[in-house]
Design a protein around this ligand. Structure first.
Ligand code: BGC
Length: 353
């Protein structure tokens, strides 16, 4: 039980050593995290027979994380998800962020939080082992205003709850939307596609998107659509339906407006994988969650133990403020001002039955 670390390589000549941390909880289950990108590289939980499997997609080596990949396990920011046209206006000033996703900016720009080195400090807490990761993003980094001090605390609680707490402060008004981009397969990473997972999402509405995956601004009822997961449905059941929203996303790639909107830690999603009995609940203080069904994964994504992650081989549940919030004053605000502290919490609670 506790936190251990070992060298994971370097990002370039003369760069500081990157570490790979292992957090082992009282049940003997391990979570592995590197301080490059605050990436969760492995998360091991038992099935109904006590058989442990690693349920997050990722790589065995740092070099593979340094090469291009779709944000496996990383913390994304400053502004997770999309920003229309890579532009926003705040207090009358216009800011431009790189358009790294067609006409839009995605997950913070060219070198977001997923590609920087974080300061890491292991801790033992009564709840379980923890890793505190800190990063100071310079004023103007990737085009965002204000020096932003951000901290992500990962706690691997003894009852197999993976808690992620974000905290940030800024020296100038800025915008922020940090989230965890783990891809899950509760049958084990690389074991197959995730279309058989059963999902329940505690949201009556979602934010419909255009063909470039930018929200139109509408909060639309899920009723009568293939996006309705208010009652449990298997992910693949309606993914091929003839539906404008599924066509725009290439599958599920949508932000759900969570029913609990008061900022308390509330249940957002429940996922069950029936062949193994593994289940995961996502609890969050955030107003939204992005369901991404791994639509853009393809045979180029070869991960841990040489397993290929094809299309639909992992799903993400990114708890968040709504995509493109800086351009939608009607959405919950993603603005952070000096003197304020940004605090959000998300828990991934694992069980088997
Ligand atoms: C986005 C997807 C994107 C994926 C990986 C998700 O958060 O919604 O559209 O392809 O991240 O980059």
């Amino acid at each position: 039980m506790g936190v251990s670390s070992k060298p994971f390589g370097v990002t370039g000549d003369g760069a500081p050593q990157v570490e790979l941390f292992t957090l082992t909880n009282a049940r003997g289950h391990a979570v592995r995290i590197t301080n490059y990108g605050a990436i969760v590289t492995g998360l091991e939980v038992p099935d109904r027979d006590g058989e442990v499997a690693d349920v997050v997609l990722g790589f065995d080596t740092l070099d593979e994380y340094l090469a291009s990949h779709p944000y496996f396990g990383a913390v994304v920011g400053r502004l997770g998800n999309r920003l229309a046209g890579g532009k926003f206006t705040l207090d009358g000033l216009e800011y431009t962020i790189a358009q790294n996703d067609g006409p839009n900016s995605l997950h913070g720009g060219l070198k977001g939080f997923d590609k920087v080195l974080w300061q890491a400090e292991g801790r033992e807490t009564p709840d379980g082992p923890a890793l505190v990761l800190s990063y100071v993003s310079a004023d103007g980094e990737e085009g965002y205003p204000g020096e932003l001090s951000v901290r992500v605390t990962y706690t691997w609680a003894n009852r197999d709850v993976f808690r992620v707490e974000y905290r940030a402060e800024t020296t100038k008004p800025t915008v922020l939307n940090v989230t965890q981009h783990a891809y899950f397969n509760l049958a084990g990473a690389g074991a197959g596609d995730v279309l058989g997972h059963e999902l329940q999402i505690f949201a009556d509405r979602f934010t419909p998107i255009d063909e470039t995956l930018i929200p139109t601004g509408e909060l639309r009822s899920v009723a009568g659509t293939p996006l309705d997961f208010r009652a449990p449905h298997v992910l693949g059941e309606r993914i091929g339906a003839d539906d404008e929203q599924l066509a725009n996303g290439g599958g599920y790639d949508h932000n759900y407006v969570l029913n609990s909107a008061d900022g308390s830690l509330a249940r957002a999603v429940r996922v069950v994988e029936s062949t193994t009995g593994r289940a995961m609940e996502v609890w969050t203080t955030e107003p939204g969650v992005q369901l991404y069904s791994g639509n853009f994964l393809d045979s180029a994504n070869v991960g841990k133990s040489g397993k290929t992650y094809h299309k639909y081989y992992g799903f993400c549940l990114e708890t968040q403020h709504f995509p493109d919030s800086p351009n939608h004053p009607e959405f919950p605000s993603a603005v952070l001002r000096p003197g304020q502290t940004w605090r959000t919490t998300t828990e991934f609670r694992f069980s088997a039955g």
